[in-house]
Design a protein. Structure first.
Length: 146
């Protein structure tokens, strides 16, 4: 998890965060492949971050869970990701995250490896992502990873 701080976007200056997933597969140097996604730091209904976090959790956030939610709670939480490969205009192949879902209960738990926050990330770090409470309550689910 990296708090990128305030960045310019096509929609003005937005607070951004980067989520990095490590896969079980390794490259030729025996390092885990990584898939990255940058999000606007918003848990508002309809935001991409909230959509992917709720898909990862397997259920919606409750109003209480949304109060003061800290994105770093997902560090080390396993999941399954769907990745497609695309080619950029410059001819470079890149991985594109297409879905995040809960990990299979039988899958071994992976621990993050060899990932360090960018040195400048802490300089831009801000408060935990928070939103106003939503008017629904789905109850507690002890199987939710975060």
């Amino acid at each position: 998890m990296v708090d990128l701080g305030l960045l310019e976007s096509p929609f003005g200056v937005k607070h951004k965060v980067k989520v990095v997933w490590q896969t079980e597969a390794r490259n030729k140097d025996k390092e885990r492949f990584q898939v990255r996604q940058v999000y606007t730091a918003s848990l508002a209904e309809g935001s991409n971050l909230r959509r992917d976090l709720e898909s990862w959790r397997g259920r919606p956030f409750t109003a209480d869970e949304l109060k003061g939610f800290d994105i770093e709670n997902v560090l080390g939480a396993n999941c399954q990701i769907s990745v497609t490969h695309a080619v950029s205009k410059k001819g470079r192949t890149f991985a594109k995250l297409t879905a995040v879902v809960p990990a299979d209960k039988k899958a071994p738990k992976l621990q993050p490896e060899s990932y360090e926050r960018e040195p400048w990330a802490d300089e831009k770090a801000s408060e935990p992502i928070t939103v106003e409470p939503e008017p629904f309550d789905q109850g507690d689910d002890p199987t939710t990873p975060f």
